[in-house]
Ligand binder design. Sequence first.
Ligand code: GAP
Length: 449
Amino acid sequence: MDDIISLCKRRGFIFPGSDIYGGMAGLYDFGPYGVELLNNLKKVWWRDNVQLKPDYVGLDSAMFKNPKVWEASGHVGGFSDPLAECKECNTRIRVDKELEKVGVFADEKMSEEEINELFDAHKKEIKCPTCKKTNWSRARKFNLLVKSNLGDFTEQNTEPTYLPGEACQGIYLNYKNVVDTCRVKVPFGIAQIGKAFRNEISPRNFLFRCREFEQADTQYFVKPHENKENYERIKQEQWNWLLSLGIKAENLKWHQHENLVFYAKDAWDIEYNYPGNGFDELMGIHDRSDYDLTQHMKFSGTDLNYTDPVTNEKYIPWILETSMGLGRLFLAVICDAYTVEKDDKGNDRTVLKLKPELAPVRYAVFPLLKNKPELVEKAREVFTELSKKYPCEFDDNGNIGKRYRRQDEIGTPNCVVIDFDTLEDGTLALRDRDTTEQTRVKLEDLLTN
Ligand code: GAP
């Protein structure tokens, strides 16, 4: 993982948030290549989960919502983690995670008292990650919602507006609008990519646990009790979709939750084997039953019943959710693409073997020599034409070997070299990232690919 983090920073994929101020825990910025890879992941996700599915529509809801939304959703009352503080150096820990490390399971639904009973029994086994002492405060439940003062001009902030704790709430709020305007019929799905913010007590493992992150969610609305079959189908589709990105099957596994969060009837995670950290959640697939719509109906006073257009039957649809952190997906895709192999001289060659449709740069265009104006001019022409169709990069810096290495590290599937043969017969040297072999092609061949 350290090698991957280093590559991400060195090659402009990910920078620590507020880097020049010494950073800020749990926040990261996507650099020039990172944003391209992230956008490609979103594009492919949207295509496969919305555009190619006749029973899905998309949405982009406002991040800020009426504060009652978060009361109805259960987040104001129940979205918390147990926190304790080291009395020696004030370092904070998430008690359930630390208990887990010493083999003790703390259930999400446990009261503060119950968690403290467990914590008291095992405190001495848990060393402060900073000062290594074991002098802990009592555990207290800490709500993860991030507050803001949007629309509050009293400066008291007694009625905070919240940043979204999960992106999916915007879908529930718009379910009725979508039904009323878009001719959808149950069963149907609504998909959305949106930001979420959580006051994570101990953000960790690079992009894995952040305080600001993006979620790609689908919510599938089904007739009550028609959840099981759809749930199994959705689970399988999502698993296959991850494989289609080039994630290796041996690095994925299912994990069923025994202790369910407050909204779920059944919950499965697809876990990814993060290097150095092992298997952990990449995507959550939740059977949320009628919890969300019932809660919003109660709190808003708006009738959210669906009326079957054929039978006139009225019911609150049940919801099957898929929710995936895009940062975690980004990390999984980079980890499985990251390869170090020997080149023909026996030196290490680092290659990101990304699928071409995900690669930040599709073609890198080089003049063979920088000091030959006719080669540079021709290379610029090729770059201009190819860029109309693909994300391309022009590079005439340094020797050609170094230019190849750089493109290998950012995952560019092909480099296109303009050499003296190009001037003679118009063909281009096309170098393959994975085999390093070169073939001669015409520009038209690349444009019609
Ligand atoms: N709407 C359901 C929901 O938010 P979740 O399991 O809390 O469920 C869904 O989150 C996904 O969001 C997770 O599977 C994970 O990929 C991602 N995620 C959750 N917390 C995260 C964090 N602190 N940093 C990065 N990604 C996170």
